[in-house]
Design a protein around this ligand. Structure first.
Ligand SMILES: Nc1ncnc2c1ncn2[C@@H]1O[C@H](COP(=O)(O)OP(=O)(O)OP(=O)(O)O)[C@@H](O)[C@H]1O
Ligand SMILES: [Mg+2]
Length: 304
C-alpha cells in the first residue's frame, strides 16, 4: 500500500464515523491512524474512580519541582501513572510504540531529530493537548524513559494550565534571552521520568520567537544533548497560525491529531500539505465513536 493511500483510507474512516456522530462525552473515544486502530476511551466516570498517586515529601527535591494535580487530570479523562490497565492506557501504548521506536532508532532509520515529537492538528480543540500529555505520561511510565513535555502553544498554554504552572520563566523567557540556562525552565514533575517546560509569559512576538534562531538552536540542543530523552511539543493548530508549521520544521516526528466526526477532509489534506517536508507524520484519529475494532492501517509515514 502506498503512503498516501494509507492516509486516504484513514480519512474515509473519518467520514464513516461522521455519519454516526453523537454528542455524548462519555462515549468519546479515539483512534490512531498511524497503525490506526479505532480504540475505546473509557467512560469518564470510570476513570474518576482511579486513585491518584501518592506524593511524598522526599519526592520534592528542588524549587523547580511541581506536583501534578492528578485528581484534576483524571477527572478530565487523562491517564494516570497508577492506572496502567485502563483502556486509555492501552490505547496510548499502541500510539506511543512507533514514536518511541523511531525516537530511539532515528539514526538507523534515517530520521533526523527523531526524539523530537510535535503534536499538532488542523484546527483548535481536536485533542492536541490531551494527546500530548497522555503520550508524555505513557512514555514516562516506562521506568527507563525520560520525557520532556514542552508547552509550545504559547498563545494558549494549556499544558501549563492543566499542570497549574502559573509563575516563573518558561519557553518565551528562554527564547527572549532572559534565562541563562535551559535547566532554569525545566520543571521536574512527581513522575520521575517526566519533566516539563512551561510556555512562560504571553508575548506579542511569540510567533517570531518560535521561528527564531534561538528556537532552532534549542531544538538542535534537545536533539543532540538530550538525545536519550523524548521531547514532546504541544502546539497551536496548523491552519490557525503559522507557529505549528514553523515548529514542524524543527522536529523529527509529527503527530497530526484529527477529530473524528468534525474535521473536514479538506482541512486535513491542507495540513498534510503543510507537513510535506517532515520525515515522519503519524495521524491520530481522536474522539471516535464506540467501535472497538482493531483494524490496523499501518504507518501514515510520508515525506522525504
Ligand atoms: N479522546 C478524548 N476523550 C475525552 N476527551 C477528550 C479527548 N480528546 C480531547 N478531549 C477533550 O476535548 C477538549 C479539547 O481537547 P484539547 O484541549 O486537547 O484540544 P487542543 O487541540 O489542544 O485544543 P486547542 O487547539 O484549543 O489547544 C478538552 O476538554 C479535552 O480534555
Ligand atoms: Mg491545546
Amino acid at each position: 500500500m502506498n503512503k498516501m493511500s494509507i492516509i486516504e483510507k484513514a480519512l474515509q474512516k473519518t467520514a464513516v464515523f461522521k455519519q454516526n456522530a453523537e454528542n455524548n462525552v462519555n462515549n468519546v473515544q479515539h483512534t490512531v491512524t498511524e497503525n490506526i486502530a479505532p480504540l475505546v476511551t473509557p467512560a469518564i466516570e470510570d476513570v474518576i474512580k482511579v486513585v491518584a498517586p501518592k506524593l511524598t515529601a522526599q519526592n520534592i527535591k528542588t524549587t523547580n519541582t511541581i506536583q501534578i494535580n492528578w485528581a484534576k487530570l483524571i477527572a478530565a479523562g487523562f491517564i494516570s501513572p497508577e492506572q496502567t490497565n485502563s483502556q486509555l492506557s492501552e490505547e496510548y501504548r499502541i500510539i506511543k510504540r512507533p514514536l518511541v521506536s523511531n525516537a530511539l532508532n532515528g539514526k538507523s532509520k534515517g530520521i533526523a531529530r527523531a526524539n523530537l515529537i510535535l503534536v499538532t492538528s488542523s484546527l483548535p480543540g481536536e485533542g492536541k493537548t490531551f494527546s500530548a500529555i497522555n503520550l508524555a505520561i505513557s512514555i514516562a511510565n516506562e521506568r527507563d524513559k525520560q520525557v520532556l513535555l514542552i508547552d509550545a502553544d504559547v498563545a494558549k498554554p494549556s499544558v501549563s494550565k492543566l499542570f497549574d504552572i502559573k509563575n516563573g520563566p518558561g519557553l518565551i523567557e528562554y527564547l527572549e534571552g532572559g534565562v541563562n540556562d535551559l535547566s532554569e525552565i525545566i520543571l521536574q514533575t512527581d513522575i520521575e521520568g517526566l519533566r516539563v517546560i512551561p510556555a512562560g509569559k504571553r508575548h506579542g512576538y511569540s510567533t517570531e520567537l518560535l521561528a527564531s534562531n534561538k528556537m532552532q538552536e534549542l531544538s538542535m540542543e534537545l536533539s543532540e544533548r538530550y538525545n536519550d530523552r523524548i521531547v514532546i511539543f504541544d502546539s497551536p493548530p496548523l491552519l490557525a497560525a503559522t507557529q505549528g508549521e514553523v515548529l514542524a520544521s524543527m522536529v523529527g516526528q509529527v503527530v497530526l491529531v484529527i477529530e473524528a466526526d468534525q474535521t473536514q477532509q479538506n482541512d486535513v489534506m491542507e495540513s498534510i500539505r503543510k507537513l510535506k517536508n517532515c520525515d515522519v507524520v503519524l495521524a491520530l484519529l481522536n474522539k471516535t465513536r464506540n467501535n472497538f475494532n482493531l483494524n490496523y492501517y499501518g504507518y501514515g509515514n510520508y515525506g522525504n
